[in-house]
Design a protein around this ligand. Structure first.
Ligand SMILES: NC(=O)c1ccc[n+]([C@@H]2O[C@H](COP(=O)([O-])OP(=O)(O)OC[C@H]3O[C@@H](n4cnc5c(N)ncnc54)[C@H](OP(=O)(O)O)[C@@H]3O)[C@@H](O)[C@H]2O)c1
Length: 296
């Protein structure tokens, strides 16, 4: 069976993890682009259930599957490595097998496949060396997708900000509650909003992107930089008071999972495809405008 063009008029895309940050944004945005959405949240489709996955693909007959479901709680993965392997490692591989000869699979992955050593942005072909169970299991998922041999795009991203629980929302909530904000300043990445990622993915797919692609907002930041900007921009919109943020080293905030120090993804391939990602400050501003609208 030949795969169909996922960008054809009236295409139908199945979104796994449809109630997560990226899933929700894609489900909201795609219909305006003429793409019919089959929103498969966890209640409709447990991606670790191989039989259910096969049945869903048969019923929905999508032109593309955008795999957004994942066990994304990085420290939680350290506590539950077997579950992490099932969700992040085995499920994408099985999904890729089910999509082979049927439709394109887009599977999201992460900068946490890299060890974050050095100060040069990570290119798609750089050697992964994950530091955590989350990173190792996401890498296993990538490898499973590649080995299945079907048409695929592995879209690695980082520091995702969208509808639902995320770092910016946590910071604004803590600021409102008057809690002291101590934030690490020695982990560097690219804060990326789900709206910018969804738009970037569409442009990349229109350009025919396949294989592995890094997608993230322009500009780099530490978590401290992001917290400072979130508080400053949030305060201007009445979303939180203007409160001080204190930079601290990661060593002062030990967590179960190690994180890459320099996780910045190289965007050269995305740029060459014509993808124009906004700077993270601009994307954050749009995100906060939407949050303020939602709060009204
Ligand atoms: N968040 C980030 O900063 C970040 C960074 C880099 C890469 N990524 C990658 O980007 C993708 C999307 O991330 P996100 O931020 O949108 O994640 P998210 O908000 O945590 O959403 C993930 C969704 O997957 C669902 N899920 C978990 N286990 C499942 C299962 N067995 N079957 C079906 N659904 C299941 C979750 O449901 P429940 O809510 O019920 O658990 C949740 O709705 C993931 O591949 C992630 O690894 C994220």
């Amino acid at each position: 069976m030949a795969t169909r063009d996922p960008m054809q008029a009236g295409a139908r895309w199945l979104i796994t993890g449809a109630r997560g940050q990226l899933g929700r944004t894609l489900c909201a945005l795609l219909p305006a682009r003429g793409i019919e959405v089959v929103a498969a949240d966890r209640a409709r489709l447990d991606v670790t259930d191989v039989t259910a996955v096969a049945r869903e693909l048969e019923t929905a007959s999508p032109d593309a599957v955008i795999h957004c479901a994942a066990f994304t709680h990085v420290d939680g993965c350290e506590q539950e490595p077997e579950l992490a392997q099932r969700v992040n490692g085995d499920a994408p591989a099985a999904l890729a097998g089910a999509c082979r000869d049927r439709c394109l699979l887009v599977s999201w992955s992460t900068d946490y496949v890299f060890d974050g050593q050095g100060g040069v942005p990570w290119r798609e072909e750089d050697e992964p060396r994950p530091l955590s169970v989350y990173g190792r299991t996401k890498l296993a998922g990538e490898q499973g997708v590649r080995e299945a041999g079907g048409e695929h795009l592995i879209a690695r991203t980082q520091w995702v900000i969208g509808p639902g629980a995320n770092f910016v929302r946590t910071i604004l909530g803590a600021a409102r509650e008057g809690r002291e904000l101590r934030v690490v300043d020695d982990q560097i990445g690219r804060p990326s909003t789900t709206v910018a990622l969804a738009e970037g993915l569409l442009t990349a797919l229109e350009a025919g992107a396949r294989g592995t692609l890094h997608l993230a907002c322009e500009g780099i930041a530490s978590w401290y930089d992001l917290a400072c900007d979130a508080v400053a921009q949030g305060a201007r919109r009445g979303l939180c008071p203007e409160v001080p943020v204190t930079p601290i080293p990661t060593a002062q905030m030990p967590r179960p999972a190690a994180r890459p120090a320099f996780g910045v993804l190289d965007l050269a391939r995305a740029r060459a495809l014509g993808v124009r990602m906004p700077h993270w400050r601009t994307a954050l501003s749009d995100y906060l405008d939407a949050e303020r609208e939602d709060g009204r």
